[in-house]
Design a protein around this ligand. Sequence first.
Ligand code: GLP
Length: 261
Amino acid sequence: MRIIIEKDYAGVSRRAADFVEALLRRKPNAVLGLATGSTPLGLYRELIRRHKDEGLDFSGVTTFNLDEYYGLAPDHPQSYHHFMRVNLFDHINVPGDNINIPSGTAKNIAKSCDDYERKIREFGGIDLQILGIGSDGHIAFNEPGSSLASRTRPKTLAPETIRDNARFFGEGEEVPKFAITMGVGTILESAACLLLATGKGKARILAEAVEGPVTSQVTASALQLHPHAIVIADDEAASCLKRRAYYEHVERVSSGFGGES
Ligand code: GLP
């Protein structure tokens, strides 16, 4: 794993945008895996800025999002479809037909999950998957106990996740208890994974994911099995990493190798 530590949230967002931009310059028809949550918002703002000010072009890009709440229609204000439109897609030039997000309302959920997996394969797989980390260590909505070989499927949300995500919902509004999510196995098939973690609240769980055992109890730890997993953390989120000094040393001295894994 490559661990990059930046001073603050803005630094993490810019650094993550650099990885996306480098990919798009190398491969204008790249397949991007996208995440929701508050962590990637700065990255999305930076991509929008580079699109508007510097002409970063998304016209050939295809996107696959990690997850969606079960039962929420695409126009529901708390749906991840809506989140992605408002925070990214409405402001860049990715064609609408190239955007893929799991359906939270499909009549045949199992079929729609299989179709999602098939479509990712048809597009040659995901080149770069953006990830956040939940406070229980989940990636996408792969809650503790998720099979590390899991594929896109429905998942029952953990009480901790429902509590965390309640802040996005209005008072009295019910937070969904289920989601449709890419599996850990799906995510691990991406050519590269970029996990962003910011703030004190993520420090303990990030250390477990990066330096603890690979376990389905902390599904982000499965990234240790990935040959091209990069973590970008801010100072606060990196504060519980035991080998922090080594990771910083690696970043200072190894740039000539073109990246560690
Ligand atoms: C949700 C999403 C995850 C995200 C997590 C963390 O559970 N399904 O993909 O990583 O929230 O969110 P935040 O970035 O707001 O801490």
